[in-house]
Design a binder for this molecule. Structure first.
Ligand code: FES
Length: 345
């Protein structure tokens, strides 16, 4: 039967279903407890049980010594409640709390969602999981010593495979490879998580998300995390692309609109093709936001796209719409990635 778990000192509560470990349920509900392998081997998820009974599950003795167990400690990636529980655990609230790892990974799935967008899913070794905050990115480390940055498009609670949206820019060393020679089961090397593009959860301000092209990837992860965490803040997504075919996952935000009354979705085409059956918004994506909001002083804005889009949005919102500088979030990786894979830009 489901049991209620209370985390101290935060007082956060969540329900653990029959088939779940404490960690799985916490992540599903959007609470970032620390973890590493999620397999009872590393000890990263260790915390204290203050009251209640649990099944400790199967784990490696080095990860939880008998003396620690006697002191009320448990591995939350393996443990399941046998009653309502109160646990003591440090919730991760900032990127600095997360260990950056360098790991091999295997290409699990390659799915072309548009002419120039590949959705790639990668898998880590059996005993490894990547802890991250929704919206962060990883670097692929290439043989020439260079690296390429890609945002994680999945939320942390859905982390068995890592999802990346890769835009093909001809001449881009890595993206050319992804669209030609890279195959499922190939091995790559990644470093992460990196970046500070994640939802500031200590605020209750409404949020505007602006995605340009594959800038949708981190925003997807952030929104899926927000929905799982039952955030009731107003959320609006503006997704700017050139033409209709570039909205490579439009069915997903449309589904979120149907499921979440606090979410709305406004796709914006900058250059619709002749024949696009389009009666929606057109123009630059930040201008659509400007048209809809006379005053952004009470909002947070999360933007991911080309450097030009991000700069224009920041300047326009802070200079003409009253958005505080510290309420605009965009990750600098877009600059690095863009420079590396789009030298002609
Ligand atoms: S022992 Fe590694 S995450 Fe639990």
């Amino acid at each position: 039967m489901p049991y209620q778990v209370t985390i101290q000192p935060s007082g956060h509560q969540f329900t653990v279903e029959d088939h779940e470990t404490i960690l799985e349920a916490a992540l599903r509900e959007g609470f970032s407890l620390p973890y590493g392998c999620r397999n009872g081997a590393c000890g990263s998820c260790k915390g204290r049980v203050l009251s209640g009974q649990l099944d400790y599950g199967v784990y490696q003795p080095n990860a939880l010594k008998d003396a620690e167990k006697a002191q009320g400690r448990a591995l939350f990636c393996r443990a399941r409640p046998l009653s309502d529980l109160t646990i003591e655990a440090k919730e991760i609230g900032a990127a600095k709390d997360i260990v950056v790892k360098t790991l091999p990974c295997r290409v699990e799935k390659l799915e072309k969602r548009a002419d120039n967008v590949m959705v790639m899913k990668i898998k880590l070794p059996a005993n490894e999981r990547l802890q991250f905050l929704a919206g962060q990115y990883i670097d692929f480390q290439l043989k020439d010593g260079k690296s390429r940055s890609y945002s994680l498009a999945n939320p942390p609670h859905d982390g068995a495979l890592l999802e990346l949206h890769i835009r093909h820019l001809p001449g881009g060393l890595f993206s050319d490879q992804v669209f030609s020679t890279l195959k499922e089961r190939d091995i790559l090397r990644l470093k992460g998580p990196l970046g500070s593009f994640f939802i500031r959860e200590d605020s209750d301000k409404p949020m505007i998300f602006i995605a340009g092209g594959t800038g949708f990837a981190p925003v997807k992860g952030m929104l899926e995390h927000a929905f799982a965490a039952h955030m009731d803040r107003e959320m609006v997504l503006y997704w700017g692309v050139r033409s209709l075919k570039d909205l490579y996952m439009a069915e997903l935000p449309q589904q979120w609109v149907a499921e979440h009354p606090n979410f709305s979705f406004i796709p914006v085409l900058s250059n619709p093709e002749q024949g696009d059956p389009w009666q929606g918004r057109t123009g630059f994506v930040h201008e659509a936001v400007m048209a809809d909001f006379a005053n952004l002083s009470g909002y947070q804005v999360y933007a991911c796209g080309t450097p030009i889009m991000v700069d224009r949005a920041r300047d326009a919102f802070t200079q003409t719409r009253g958005l505080p500088e510290d309420a605009f979030f965009a990750d600098s990786f877009v600059y690095a990635a863009d420079a590396e894979i789009a030298p002609a830009a």
